[in-house]
Design a protein around this ligand. Structure first.
Ligand SMILES: Cc1cc2nc3c(=O)[nH]c(=O)nc-3n(C[C@H](O)[C@H](O)[C@H](O)COP(=O)(O)O)c2cc1C
Length: 221
């Protein structure tokens, strides 16, 4: 995907769109950075404020713009809100996660589609067969590509939840093969993790765990 063809009309339009966006966009304020990163927490309980269809669509429409390898989009999401769907999920959650999860107004089940390359022509229309050929010629690449890019997309989803002013509670404590059976039967989608979201109840937040400082994790070369 790295060959550099001469820019065509669509490339020039894309470049102008970046210039225009830079003219309009402002930096995030300190408060917005707190909301997205520094002050945001993983929640273990929720108010009963509903999460609307509009909010879920807004979260998806932000998430879907995050970058992935060659624009593959393996993430599939089941959004659980009904009592029936919650009962199905509850049965396969690890015990510690059961009550707090089904109490959430919404829960996203993130699955990675291992047949992601079948959508090559839609997602990279200017090179409509390259990824599919690469994956079918090298099947060992399929799972790492599905997992890397699906997990990136799920992380973008959590940040989009925060960006629209809601809170997230990610979890991987569930029986994933059972989740595959219950929610993705007949597909190549494999459960990755889940994320409760809504308005978090601050009385369910624990003391913060430390993070590595810059010098412990990064090296300037
Ligand atoms: C992929 C993933 C899986 C997690 N699984 C669980 C889980 O099964 N149960 C749980 O209580 N918390 C789970 N967590 C929550 C983490 O413990 C929490 O996000 C982390 O400690 C950071 O907390 P903070 O965001 O409040 O600083 C998970 C988080 C992530 C991102």
């Amino acid at each position: 995907m790295n060959a550099k063809p001469a820019p065509d009309e669509l490339d020039l339009q894309a470049q102008e769109a970046v210039r225009e966006m830079r003219r309009q966009a402002e930096k995030l304020s300190d408060g917005q950075l707190d909301m997205m990163f520094r002050g945001a927490r993983s929640f273990n309980g929720w108010t009963d404020e509903a999460v609307t269809d509009d909010q879920i669509r807004q979260i998806y429409d932000l998430m879907k713009m995050g970058p992935t390898s060659a624009n593959v989009c393996p993430l599939r999401i089941k959004i659980i809100r009904s009592d029936e769907a919650k009962a199905k999920l509850k049965a396969i959650l690890f015990d510690n996660n059961k009550e707090k999860t089904v109490q959430a107004p919404a829960i996203a089940i993130f699955g990675n589609d291992h047949a992601f390359y079948e959508h090559n022509a839609k997602l990279t229309p200017f090179r409509p067969t390259a990824i599919k050929e690469r994956m079918t010629d090298n099947p060992k690449m399929i799972a790492p590509w599905a997992n890397l890019n699906g997990t990136l997309q799920a992380a973008y989803f959590m940040m989009a939840v925060r960006a629209v002013g809601l809170d997230a509670g990610p979890m991987q404590g569930l029986d994933k093969p059972a989740a595959d059976e219950a929610f993705w039967a007949g597909t190549e989608v494999k459960t990755n993790f889940i994320c409760a979201f809504g308005r978090g109840n601050e009385t369910t937040v624990f003391k913060r765990h430390p993070r590595f400082d810059f010098d412990e994790a990064c090296e300037l070369l």
